[in-house]
Design a protein. Structure first.
Length: 207
């Protein structure tokens, strides 16, 4: 049978980064994470911990905790330091893939261990909706789900492999999406196993 067509505005570049580029990007991310360690965030109000550990780079980091809720801030909540710069390799990817003239100023780094998952959600922060989102997967495969504009729309599943790039703009920006689970041990790239995903965004108008 034929795979269903991907939703409009959803661009899938399988294997965009080859093995050498994946290794180089991983080394850059390791350096960055030594400065800005992965940390555990929590849901607004309930304080329920997110299973995905996160960090960031660029002017703005995305953070969430029980009391403050979802927000962007200029400093890492654990170290108190400004976020590291976004690696040049990712700035080039953003420009080449999307053709956007202005660079991303927010890079979210997600780490999935064997049990981590990311529930179905929309990326609907008004401050980043004007531009695209670009993502790179490194390490173990992820079972990715993408739906429609309503939470209950049918979902398509897609395996994201190490080196794959996904980006979407326009109509794609408000699609519900999530990560059901990863296939722990499916890649040897990360010595400790698991999956790193980086997303790039340009956010405007944060006070
Ligand atoms: C499709 N991250 O950081 S990346 C996120 O694998 C996020 O860590 C996932 O969802 C991850 O918000 C997925 C690919 C992705 C990102 C945003 C999307 C796909 C998307 C927004 C709309 C539709
Ligand atoms: Fe998302």
């Amino acid at each position: 049978f034929e795979p269903a067509p991907l939703p409009a505005g959803f661009h899938f570049l399988p294997g965009h980064f080859d093995a050498a580029e994946q290794a180089a990007l991983l080394a850059e991310l390791r350096q960055l994470l030594a400065e800005a360690p992965l940390f555990q965030q929590a849901m607004p109000r309930s304080g329920a911990p997110l299973s995905v550990r996160m960090s960031g780079a660029g002017t703005w980091g995305w953070v969430t905790d029980k009391v403050g809720g979802y927000r962007y801030q200029r400093t890492h909540p654990v170290t108190g330091h400004a976020w590291p710069a976004i690696p040049e390799r990712l700035l080039r990817l953003w420009a080449e893939a999307t053709g956007e003239a202005r660079p991303p100023n927010q890079c979210l780094i997600n780490y999935y261990d064997a049990k981590a998952r990311l529930g179905l959600h929309q990326d609907k922060d008004a401050v980043s909706l004007g531009g695209p989102v670009v993502s790179v997967s490194l390490g173990d495969d992820a079972r990715f789900a993408v739906g429609g504009l309503a939470r209950n729309a049918p979902l398509q599943r897609l395996d994201l492999h190490s080196g794959d790039v996904v980006w979407f703009g326009g109509a794609g920006r408000l699609l519900f999406h999530g990560v059901d689970r990863i296939r722990f041990g499916s890649s040897a790239l990360l010595a400790e196993g698991g999956r790193l995903n980086v997303t790039l965004r340009r956010i405007e108008g944060v006070p």
